[in-house]
Design a protein around this ligand. Structure first.
Ligand SMILES: Cc1cc2nc3c(=O)[nH]c(=O)nc-3n(C[C@H](O)[C@H](O)[C@H](O)COP(=O)(O)O)c2cc1C
Length: 168
């Protein structure tokens, strides 16, 4: 599928079928994250692929919500390894977000459903998954099949509202 078509097709899914993800598809989704760009190519990330039901249930507690995807991908950043601009601005969240969105798009192209999740208690996630202190959890991604039908992306600001050309 053309990339713009995938961007139009990708939606957030919050309910999932009880169907596993084929190993080959999961590999491709993860590969999209691995190949993603990062500032100065620092790749300051680790992704934890959670399929264990008990661990997912612990994550649900940390999210204070019940998610039922086959997999939850936990996107982690290593701020100490990431590029920092001369003025101190840090880019590790951007790096991890780009990688996770690459995964979302490839998943969508493969017929899988995803949802970004940033509403979670970071300390709870870190303690549940034994994530080291210096590592930050940027976001989670629900990944699986969903028989819910959703149309293409809607409810976006009009181009005229968000693009300016050559100056503000
Ligand atoms: C950074 C980020 C964090 C998000 N966090 C959550 C979340 O915690 N829970 C949730 O249900 N959806 C979450 N979403 C999904 C958005 O609500 C969704 O992308 C938006 O409403 C547009 O809908 P669409 O993805 O179907 O086009 C998040 C999306 C992004 C990009």
């Amino acid at each position: 599928m053309a990339v713009l078509d995938v961007v139009k097709k990708r939606r957030s899914f919050r309910s999932f079928d009880d169907k596993p993800i084929e190993e080959r598809k999961l590999e491709q989704v993860l590969e999209a994250g691995r190949l993603s760009p990062s500032a100065m190519n620092k790749q300051p990330w680790t992704f934890i692929v959670v399929s264990d039901p008990e661990t997912k249930s612990g994550l649900n507690e940390a999210m204070n919500q019940t998610w039922n995807p086959a997999i939850l991908v936990v996107g982690c950043a290593h701020p100490g390894e990431a590029w920092v601009r001369d003025d101190g601005e840090e880019y590790w969240k951007v790096d991890v977000a780009i990688a996770m969105q690459s995964m979302c798009l490839v998943a969508s192209d493969l017929g899988l459903a995803t949802c970004w999740i940033c509403a979670f208690d970071e300390d709870q996630v870190k303690s549940l998954l034994d994530i080291p202190d210096e590592v930050r959890v940027v976001g989670l991604m629900a990944l699986g099949y969903s028989s819910m039908k959703k149309g293409k992306v809607t409810k976006r600001k009009a181009a005229g509202e968000i693009f300016k050309y050559n100056s503000w």
